[in-house]
Ligand binder design. Structure first.
Ligand code: 5GP
Ligand code: ZN
Length: 113
């Protein structure tokens, strides 16, 4: 989609700090990190959000989930991480291209920092 920020990142039209890439996925640092480690994992096709998963594109979601632990470990999160997909504007989705947030390194209360 021509007006999608994440499609532009995939196309290299907007720079990003990439940490992982393969045929199906791209992972990069969130531009405004909300935790000491805050990465985004996106499919290389424009899927709006989890509501748009179907039999044809489900392989992307499978790849995102199965690669997430490896991507997290490479970023230093061998002890644990959070995997979050805000789905729909009603639940805070601001970029309408499917993405999982990988968040890690929290203090003992579970807050960031
Ligand atoms: P959402 O609110 O849709 O779940 O998450 C979108 C995320 O994308 C936000 O955490 C926001 O900081 C991040 N983001 C928005 N624009 C850009 C960008 O151009 N580059 C990067 N790396 N992250 C972005
Ligand atoms: Zn897109």
């Amino acid at each position: 989609m021509s007006d999608c920020i994440f499609c532009k990142i995939i196309a290299g039209e907007i720079p990003s700090k990439k940490v992982y890439e393969d045929d199906m996925l791209l992972a990069f640092w969130d531009v405004a990190p909300k935790a000491p480690v805050h990465l985004l994992v996106i499919p290389k096709v424009h899927i709006k959000n989890l509501y748009e998963l179907n039999e044809t594109n489900a392989a992307y979601a499978h790849a995102m989930i199965t690669k997430a632990p490896e991507i997290a470990k490479q970023a230093g999160l061998a002890e644990g991480f959070r995997l979050i997909a805000n789905t729909g504007e009603a639940c805070g989705q601001t970029v309408h291209h499917l993405h999982f947030h990988i968040l890690g390194r929290f203090n003992e209360s579970g807050d960031t920092g």
